[in-house]
Design a protein around this ligand. Structure first.
Ligand code: IMP
Length: 443
């Protein structure tokens, strides 16, 4: 049963945020994170939020991510460039924690300049970000094939590049764009990794394209973190955009079925090199149900017709790999965990419209664990053996209210569902997505 006092408290809390005229919280330093397994629809909100910011920063991951944006009913997918790039007053940054495939970055810059007719002169590429080489991409596939149980990586070279970074044999951007330094790096890298030498000899074309990208990128490479720190001191508005989701975090996700970077909000601080002084406001983005791409435990996965129906209606296909996403009911235990480890301040709940028309909706608020019995937290092991325990909500047949209306205008069944999520997570849901376009939401 929902506690009436708790709901009122959350509603009052909601009103206490300082909103811009467009309904967004105004803070100098915001971090947007994915609160599930990625693909929560962060791009749409980052695109919206970035309008009231000066700088938008990608802080981790690489082109394993895929942000889909709809502008004037046209679909745009970016894998590396921050979603803020579509607003030409915004400086966009790829910070130290990002891994960069230079060829992909050049392609995206080409798309911005030649298809969208925008400029890239407001792009800062961190000299400390590490480079994904064609060899790392090949290695990703080789390693996946060798594993007894595969992770289902995006095969973009992410894991091998971060592995070389932590092994201290990687190639930072500052080295990459300096021909002499790059050649020296390669000479010593080949000594560690003789298979790479053979790979280069067999694929001279790939290596040439890779080296050519250095010429295009060189003017954008800078000490980006120092500039961001300076901007924060000057009270410029900085928005950090996470890629992937909390449950794919290298340390706090469902290891080993995770990505190789720190997707959580704290990852933004290490990536841009600042402490806690600037007190970020953290927005957790979640879908009204769950999806996961690749392998790994997914307690609320639906392998029946309902899962299929959600997948089709929600067009749940990976933006990067075009793989079908696994779909399931919203796992509130996992969402509460994500809110906690990100110190999230508010939740934006996406794709509520996809649940319209279902006769009932389930919400996982506990698990059955074979050894521990009923638990209301994610166990630190044996995640594959837990079974979801659901609370069941009535569905709603009507269409959701149109954009511009309030969350309070939702059908009472939909409202009961989101109020239970708020109460369970102890954090307000301040925005509800009701369609793919920028302006399709309630707040
Ligand atoms: P990697 O990041 O390519 O190493 O893949 C590791 C795991 O993270 C795989 O299960 C991928 O499917 C998943 N993954 C990586 N990037 C994304 C993303 O942007 N959305 C959803 N899943 C992702």
């Amino acid at each position: 049963m929902i506690s009436a006092t708790k709901i009122v408290t959350l509603q009052i809390y909601r009103q206490h945020f300082f909103y811009s005229t467009e309904g967004y919280v105004l803070h100098h330093f915001q971090i947007v994170i994915g609160a599930q397994w990625g693909d929560e629809g962060k791009g749409k909100w980052i695109d919206q939020l970035s309008k009231s910011h000066d700088i938008v920063v990608r802080y981790q991951g690489g082109n394993n991510a895929g942000h889909t944006l709809y502008v004037d009913h046209q679909k745009h997918i970016f894998h590396l460039l921050p979603s803020g790039i579509l607003h030409d007053h915004i400086t966009c940054v790829l910070a130290a924690g990002v891994v960069i495939d230079p060829v992909v970055l050049c392609q995206e810059m080409h798309q911005i300049e030649n298809i969208l007719n925008l400029t890239c002169d407001r792009l800062w590429i961190s000299s400390k970000a590490h480079v994904i080489t064609p060899w790392h991409i090949a290695l990703d596939t080789i390693r996946e094939q060798k594993r007894t149980s595969s992770i289902g990586t995006t095969k973009r070279g992410i894991g091998p590049t971060y592995a070389d970074l932590t092994s201290r044999i990687g190639c930072p951007m500052s080295t990459f764009v300096d021909t002499k330094k790059r050649e020296e790096w390669l000479k010593s890298y080949i000594m560690h990794t003789p298979e790479c030498k053979q790979f280069i000899e067999e694929h001279p074309d790939l290596w040439k394209k890779f080296a050519d990208a250095a010429i295009k990128l060189k003017p954008y490479v800078c000490y980006a973190e120092m500039r961001i720190r300076e901007a924060l001191k000057q009270k410029k508005r900085v928005l950090c955009e996470g890629a992937q989701g909390t449950l794919l975090d290298l340390s706090h996700g469902t290891y080993p079925y995770v990505t190789s970077s720190h997707t959580i909000a704290a990852g933004a601080l290490t990536s841009i090199g600042i402490g806690l002084k600037f007190q970020p406001h953290v927005i957790a983005i979640a879908k009204a149900y769950c999806t996961r791409v690749g392998e790994g435990p997914f307690p609320t996965e639906l392998t029946d017709d309902i899962g299929q129906q959600i997948a089709e209606k929600g067009q749940e296909v990976g933006a990067t790999t075009s793989r079908p996403r696994r779909c399931g009911w919203l796992d509130a235990v996992a969402l509460r965990y994500a809110c906690e480890i990100n110190s999230a301040d508010e939740i934006y709940l996406n794709k509520m419209d996809i649940l319209s028309g279902l006769s009932e909706i389930k919400l996982c608020t506990a698990y059955h664990h074979p050894k521990l019995g009923t638990i209301t937290y994610i166990p630190d092991e044996d995640l594959k053996d837990i079974r979801p325990i659901y609370e069941v909500f009535s569905g709603w047949k009507h269409h959701l209210p149109s954009s511009g209306k309030k969350i309070q205008d939702l059908p009472k069944q939909a409202l009961a569902y989101i109020q239970r999520i708020e109460e369970f997570c102890g954090i307000p849901i301040t925005h509800v997505g009701i369609g793919p376009s920028r302006d399709e939401y309630l707040c």
